[in-house]
Design a protein around this ligand. Structure first.
Ligand SMILES: *Cc1c(COP(=O)(O)O)cnc(C)c1O
Length: 351
């Protein structure tokens, strides 16, 4: 089955060999306080920094998921007032869960065809100590440009960004935010069960200032462990191993970024022209469409017919999310998806 679901999605085919290797060399059974693990973690952090062009003073942590990252931001980093800006289901959920922890978490929903640059000046962003943004809103396929100067902020305010369906697939402007996170089963292309959290020195300063340390996954405890090349709990060592091997194998993110946009433009060209399923883009403004998740809308009957045709041909498309469940489909364009995969899909739709 070829999966274009925007997560869990197609896994890099090479992952299978790495998983087998981890069994045969015993990595699947190593202790996370052992020297062997420390060597693996150190190398993984190093290769990800290098291949993803992450600033040296930003630190990387392995957690269980993007959902856990929402909670970590709320529990270790928000001082007392956060502002959540979103236009889709994931941003909304993040705001909702934060409100259970931070009574002063505010949220503001904006339109599908609006960008942060025009939304930010309409809000009194200076009142907040933490701004929570969704760079890749997987539910509707919108992508935002993250830029600090779009926001009028207090000196010590931090920005946290959910980049779950773009991290590992496009260049991200790391310096424009203090916290970035993603789960691995989307753009990163390995089986679910691991999350990546990246923090700026300013985010660590915030954690130190709040000095909470009341949760096992407090940023400060994660940082204490990272310094020893360990983790704050027994992590998904198998996934860290697979991620390590893939990071060594794949080219620099700048190259992957180009490939992602090239594949995206093929898909955009195809769906911009008439197709037998009468699909059109859910997001009208091309600049706000994610290159990694295409959301296409159509009549419910056509959507059903297309889903059915694909399943019959061993291809899985993403269903619509939430209120777009019946009248949209989503197609992932992650680094694991090849030009051949898209030819197969396009040929099938054209047939
Ligand atoms: C999938 C997704 C999440 C949740 O990921 P989990 O691995 O289920 O925690 C959060 N945010 C966005 C934007 C997502 O696409």
């Amino acid at each position: 089955m070829l999966s274009f679901y925007p997560g869990p999605s197609k896994v890099h085919p090479e992952a299978l060999g790495f998983i087998q290797e981890a069994f045969s060399n015993g990595v699947v059974s190593i202790n996370h306080r052992s020297e062997r693990f420390e060597v693996l973690l150190k190398d993984t952090l190093q290769i990800l920094h290098e291949k993803w062009n992450i600033p040296q003073d930003y630190t990387l942590y392995f957690i269980s998921s993007a959902t856990e990252a929402w909670e970590i931001v709320a529990q270790s980093l928000i001082k007392e007032k956060s502002l959540h800006l979103y236009n889709g289901a994931f941003g909304k959920k993040w705001a909702h869960y934060t409100q259970q922890i931070i009574p002063n978490a505010h949220s503001s929903e904006f339109g599908l065809n609006e960008d942060l640059k025009s939304v930010a000046p309409t809000l009194s962003t200076k009142d907040f100590d933490t701004i929570c943004l969704v760079q890749s809103e997987t539910s509707n396929g919108t992508g935002q440009t993250i830029c600090r100067s779009d926001f009028d902020l207090k000196e010590d305010a931090i920005i946290a960004v959910d980049a779950t369906s773009t991290m590992g697939g496009i260049n991200l402007p790391w310096l424009e935010a203090d916290v970035w996170f993603a789960s691995v089963q989307k753009c990163i292309g390995i089986p679910a069960g691991l999350g990546v959290l990246i923090c700026s020195p300013k985010a660590l300063e915030r954690a130190a200032q709040l000095n909470k340390k009341v949760h096992y996954n407090d940023v400060l405890l994660m940082e204490e462990n990272r310094k020893l090349f360990q983790t704050h709990y027994t992590p998904n060592v198998l996934s860290i191993y697979v991620l390590n091997k893939l990071a060594h194998l794949l080219p620099n993110l700048a190259v992957i970024d180009q490939q992602t946009w090239e594949k995206a433009s093929i898909l955009t060209d195809f769906f911009s022209n008439a197709n037998s399923f009468h699909l059109s883009f859910l997001i009208e403004n091309p600049l706000l469409r994610l290159p990694t998740v295409f959301a296409l809308q159509g009549e419910t009957e056509q959507i059903k017919r297309l889903q059915h045709l694909c399943l019959k041909n061993n291809i899985e498309l993403g269903k619509g999310y939430g209120k777009w469940k019946d009248n949209t489909i989503r197609i992932a364009n992650f680094p694991s998806h090849t030009l051949e995969d898209f030819s197969q899909l396009i040929n099938l739709i054209n047939a």
